[in-house]
Design a protein around this ligand. Sequence first.
Ligand SMILES: C[S@@+](CC[C@H](N)C(=O)[O-])C[C@H]1O[C@@H](n2cnc3c(N)ncnc32)[C@H](O)[C@@H]1O
Length: 223
Amino acid sequence: MSSSFTCATGFSFLLPWYDHLVARLTCEQAVKKHLIQQAGIGPQTRLLDVGCGSGTLLQLVQEQGPATGEGPSPWVGLDIDPRILKQAQVKLDSYGKQPHGRVHLVRAACDRLPFHDHSFQVVSCSLVLHHLKPEQKLSALREMRRVLSRTGKLVLADYGHPKSMLARLLFLMVQIADGWESTQPQLQGVLPNLIAEAGFQSHQETAVMSTPLGTLRCYVASP
Ligand SMILES: C[S@@+](CC[C@H](N)C(=O)[O-])C[C@H]1O[C@@H](n2cnc3c(N)ncnc32)[C@H](O)[C@@H]1O
């Protein structure tokens, strides 16, 4: 597993306040609900949330109703940081007692996903790629494609080419917190090219949202 990574808030002393910060600074509900709707996630959808952070997207999925069907929960959250996974576990635990309601949380790096080929119908990834170095962004996207079923969908949200000079200036706060090497390519709008280079057959930009930290762009892609 990669030994170094950028924590969810950039500066780790802010980690206990992750949910408050992200809710106020990233249009969180609108973005995550948009991804869930674009992917058409339902009670039986086998879903992997890559870089799940404190588990908010998975919680929104749980709130739609418990998973149905036999066997283990079809919903998996993966993150590299044990501290944020602990926050996710606490948040998601209230659903743990419901049959098949539990989300399975896994600690791993997003560029080495510990899953078989074609094992998920949907992979979601929100606000993670801007944490990764340029070469890691591509290998993470390749891994997401590998674990998707042939008819599956990737739904993605991250900072992209800014809509205005103000959006560009606001993004400086993300760059100071998360570092230049990983964030600078986002400004150049690399995501669509990387999605194609990772082997996805088609992709589409589905939303552009102005946030207090810059311009967020959402994509849906087919493997
Ligand atoms: C800004 S947070 C986003 C969390 C969540 N997806 C959300 O939208 O609220 C970025 C997350 O990516 C995780 N992360 C960073 N590098 C990673 C890596 N190499 N592999 C897996 N997760 C990583 C961080 O630990 C953090 O939880």
